[in-house]
Design a protein around this ligand. Structure first.
Ligand code: PLP
Length: 435
């Protein structure tokens, strides 16, 4: 395979300082690689050097980089209609996408609102909940990440830096504990029972059910540390919402579209939300997000009280339709489950030999290696050094968690067994080099 196109070899692979200075310094950078092209789970820089991408652009490229069917759909749609604003006209891609999505979301969530980013979709879900119930309160969970816009940031507690300096935040948000057994140093079911008790307590001490619109939760904490709660916890939250008449909003922005080895992570616990939030893996890299809810609930959202210029963009919807086809036809959800088991197995073997890895956990291809000890002694220094060692050896991995002491493994769902083995080999080498 020719990795560098003729005439492109002069392009620098690393941005020189003057160019980098023209980008706002608010962006942190894992690398300053200038990627020329990408295919599957591989990024290729302008010198032809290949990198295994186990970040998927933060969980977006589930079908792999530049899947030919997605690229063809984008090209075809771009030649027909780039933008048909949905308050003004309709177009086939958005109509077909809404129909296609009803086959993958829980039965009854048959009405969709489209936006561009995860944060926007979270905001839409919360605005819908507030208007439909007439109540202000939103319950979120410790360690959650829901986005960077002002309301989404106010719902986010995964790291103080996301909120610091932006006060006042949007009022009406209260925070319940999320079952993170490793951090508490407790057994999983015991942690879940504690958190459910605290949630009930919060509803008699901080926000009464009569003034609470919804409970908003990630089925697996993403940015907050790739924390997998016991299924009993999510079922308990659902039961409490039904009992007290609260809406349940599931944020599947990072867990959706096959990531956890099921189409949506809610399938593991068998819970059914009132509102499902999705983005990231939805359109293989084009900006698109959505919320799904029953028509009866969407009908309580007054016409004109929400909207947006670009939501449901024609090219992004065409990419999403192709993405759904690829996930189905190539069995990528099953591949995520199988490759995820292999990855968990290999990393667990490593962890048994290296006490610096405190826990390996995850579902499907959403896997974490946490550095530190159970009960609260995080080790971000080792995590960062290993992450850097991996980059130097050609493997891109992100960290997460409040202390950045968790390395997250989130390759495209097309990843092969050989790529998993190679990635773990690189990780082991990088780990051995950090002493
Ligand atoms: N919700 C979750 C669970 C996320 O992981 C993210 C992004 O990482 C968001 C919301 C925000 O998505 P976006 O960055 O597209 O606004």
């Amino acid at each position: 395979m020719a990795l560098v196109m003729p005439g492109q070899s002069a392009m620098p692979s690393v941005v020189t300082p003057p160019e980098l200075e023209s980008l706002a310094p608010v962006w942190s950078h894992l690398t300053t690689l200038v990627v020329d092209r990408a295919v599957g789970a591989t990024l290729i820089d302008a010198t032809g050097r290949e990198y295994l991408d186990f970040t998927s652009g933060i969980g977006v490229t589930n079908t792999g980089h530049c899947h030919p069917r997605v690229v063809a759909a984008v090209r075809e749609q771009a030649g027909r209609l780039l933008h048909g604003q949905l308050n003004i006209v309709l177009h086939q891609p958005v109509l077909q996408l809404a129909r296609a999505l009803t086959a993958v979301v829980p039965a009854g969530l048959d009405t969709f609102f489209f936006a561009n980013s995860g944060a926007e979709a979270v905001e839409a879900a919360v605005k819908l909940a507030r208007r439909a119930t007439g109540r202000p309160g939103i319950i979120v969970f410790q360690g959650s990440f829901h986005g960077r816009t002002h309301l989404a940031m106010s719902l986010t507690t995964s790291k103080a830096v996301y909120r610091a300096g932006y006060q006042p935040l949007v009022p009406g948000v209260v925070v319940a504990p999320y079952p993170y057994p490793f951090r508490y140093g407790w057994e999983a079911e015991e942690t879940a029972r504690f958190c459910l008790r605290e949630l009930r307590h919060l509803l008699v001490t901080q926000t009464s059910p009569e003034e609470t619109a919804a409970v908003l939760i990630e089925p697996i904490l993403g940015e907050g540390g790739y924390v997998v709660p016991p299924d009993s916890f999510l079922r308990g939250v659902e039961q409490l919402c039904r009992e007290l008449g609260l809406l349940l909003i599931l944020d599947e922005v990072q867990t959706g579209f096959g990531r956890t080895g099921r189409f949506f992570a809610l399938e593991h616990a068998g819970v059914r939300p009132d509102v499902l939030v999705m983005a990231k893996g939805m359109a293989s890299g084009l900006p698109l997000s959505a919320i799904a809810a029953p028509a009866s609930l969407m009908a309580r959202w007054p016409v004109g009280s929400h909207g947006g210029t670009y939501g449901g963009n024609a090219v992004a919807c065409a990419a999403a339709l192709a993405t759904l086809g690829v996930l189905r036809d190539e069995g990528l959800v099953d591949n995520a489950a199988a490759m995820g088991r292999r990855l968990l197995d290999r990393l667990s073997q490593l962890a048994r030999k290296d006490a610096r890895i405190g826990e390996v956990r995850g579902r499907g291809l959403m896997v974490a290696t946490e550095f530190g000890r159970a009960g609260g002694a995080p080790d971000p220094a080792t995590a960062r050094a290993v992450q850097k060692g991996c980059v130097d050896r050609g493997l891109l991995l992100l960290t997460c968690g409040p202390h950045d002491n968790v390395i997250r493994w989130i390759p495209p769902l097309v990843v092969t067994g050989a790529q998993i083995e190679r990635a773990v080999e690189i990780f082991a080498e990088a780990l051995a080099a950090v002493r």
